[in-house]
Ligand binder design. Sequence first.
Ligand code: SAM
Ligand code: SF4
Length: 366
Amino acid sequence: MESNHVALGMPVVRPDVPSTGGHGGGLLDQFGRRATDMRLSLTDKCNLRCTYCMPEAGLDWLKKDKVLTAAEIVRLVGLGVDRLGVRELRLTGGEPLVRADLVPIIAALRRNHPELPISLTTNGVGLAKKAQALADAGLTRLNVSMDTLHHDAFLQLTRRPFLDQVLAGIEAAAAAGLTPVKINAVLLRGINDGHAAELLQWSLDRGFELRFIEQMPLDADHGWTREGMITAAEIRALLAPTFTLAPDPRSRDGAPAERFEVRHPGSGTLLGTVGIIASVTEPFCTDCRRTRITAEGKVMSCLFSLTEVDLLGLLRAGTTEADDDAVAARWQEAMWAKPRAHGMGHPGLGDADFVQPDRSMSAIGG
Ligand code: SAM
Ligand code: SF4
């Protein structure tokens, strides 16, 4: 059984990893993966309603007292970095810019961790006003999600008419030095799949790094279908008439995006790179380095986890060294139980093991 999984690129239980207790001092799992990349959701709220993420009516937002406070965020990141081997932090949501204390949170994190790469994933609405303050507070860089340059398709995808705000936000981020600016795009069949090459050309012209993300079954409406989603292979085919893509020789180094060099098909001139995050059809579970904390302080060892482990109760039980020990130990236990893989798209295994989690992407923190 194990050798089958090795052949299929699935992680195996490692004999050199202790099978009980003493999880190696970091956020280690039983398959020998060590999480060093922390994704922290600051809020479940959002001002867009992307069809692949949120229902039209929004969700039942968490009550304020159920959400991690700024002090709790700073404490958790401190535990992650100082004790558990976290080496990079991404702040996400929901929409992190809707949190009024975002700038002071980043400033506090930066004071405590001068060298930590801190990035933000945002939909860009309202970014134009905040980009400089975020940079001044110590944000390293950001990803802006923008699926199309067309107002009608943007409205159809996000159910809000805010494309011009997003474009202004991207410009402000670049001007504030939050570089390299990365653009995240999800393609939906019949809505913006025809815009892929145009979006790449626009990004290359401005020096932005575009990453296409395969649509995952994490929408609150449960409308995802395998036939409906645009696969990584299709994305490459959509770009092929306009660009020549070749795998980027630089190491992927645990990154979710597979990077490609983009060249002019006639002259062969290198124009830049593009990333494709093929979580569904070309999963990268074997090399996963992520640990996720939801806005309500629950550890999710994987985007597709069906179990969540609460840290908020322990955080609120006390602030002594012993309390910190308890929080760190529970976080380690949650990661130790990280599933081998998400059960979708692993060659030869089909989708038989896959169960869509109740939480949607916005409620996890993508
Ligand atoms: N609101 C912010 C934003 O949109 O960038 C941050 C949170 S959002 C959940 C993070 C990323 O997840 C975005 O790039 C979004 O496009 C992506 N996303 C949301 N739902 C998705 C899905 N079902 N499949 C793939 N990506 C998804
Ligand atoms: Fe909001 Fe981001 Fe989800 Fe869109 S993808 S609804 S912007 S959380």
